[in-house]
Design a protein around this ligand. Sequence first.
Ligand SMILES: NC(=O)c1ccc[n+]([C@@H]2O[C@H](COP(=O)([O-])OP(=O)(O)OC[C@H]3O[C@@H](n4cnc5c(N)ncnc54)[C@H](OP(=O)(O)O)[C@@H]3O)[C@@H](O)[C@H]2O)c1
Length: 245
Amino acid sequence: MSGNVLILGATSAIARGTATAFAARGDNLYLASRDLEELKRIAADLQIRYGVKVAYSLFDAAATDTHTAFFAGVLNEVQELTGVVVAFGLLGGQQAAREFGLAEKIIASNFTGAVSILSICANYFEPLKRGFIIGITSVAGDRGRQSNYVYGAAKGAFSLYLQGLRNRLFASGVRVITIKPGFVDTAMTFGLPGLFLVASPQTIGKQIVKTLSKAADIVYLPGFWRYIMLIIKHIPEPIFKRLKM
Ligand SMILES: NC(=O)c1ccc[n+]([C@@H]2O[C@H](COP(=O)([O-])OP(=O)(O)OC[C@H]3O[C@@H](n4cnc5c(N)ncnc54)[C@H](OP(=O)(O)O)[C@@H]3O)[C@@H](O)[C@H]2O)c1
């Protein structure tokens, strides 16, 4: 059955893969991000290829004072939503560990912005007693590493938030799915050293949509990352602090 899916951070490569997979199964889309021209191009492409309706508008995760009006605008356009995907995020690089200004942007893009818009979405879905919320966090949120611990801390906080939200919304029949990708070939990781087992954003997008037909709550993508992170999480701290990760 087709629905109306809101995708936030829709210009991201993983979000495009996800939007394509939703459109391929007949869902109409509402795409939102900070680049209106790019949204226009993505919307036109999906409309032509899949014959679905695609609306779009500006959305800045960090501008939390605009989120209530933004969501009202979405509902005005689509009347009813079946689900929402939070795909926006900012990696920010090593400097974030030394400059609070950059750290704050990373926390706003990966955590507080997501909490702000999902508070509104959760209050919308809860009384309807249906719907889904998909949050894209990261394996980086499973353990603090010297290479990206501000990003990791923000993603870890987002994962915990989604867990609590899932617990709250379970009784209402609203699904909350946590997606934890490993390395994906996107602008975010372009040129980074030491990447391995890199997945394509198209494959990850298809797998994200597939999670809706499964019972899983927390999904590592590709699935083998569950085992990699299990090992990483169990390395004793006295050893872990000596590793260059
Ligand atoms: N690539 C990976 O290896 C990987 C691994 C694990 C998790 N993830 C997560 O997967 C998600 C998608 O990332 P990606 O790899 O597809 O990277 P990407 O192509 O760089 O996309 C990141 C997106 O986030 C948007 N964004 C950043 N700050 C925003 C804000 N304040 N408001 C609205 N949009 C904002 C960017 O929009 P602009 O173009 O306007 O900046 C961009 O569209 C992110 O949450 C990322 O953390 C990625």
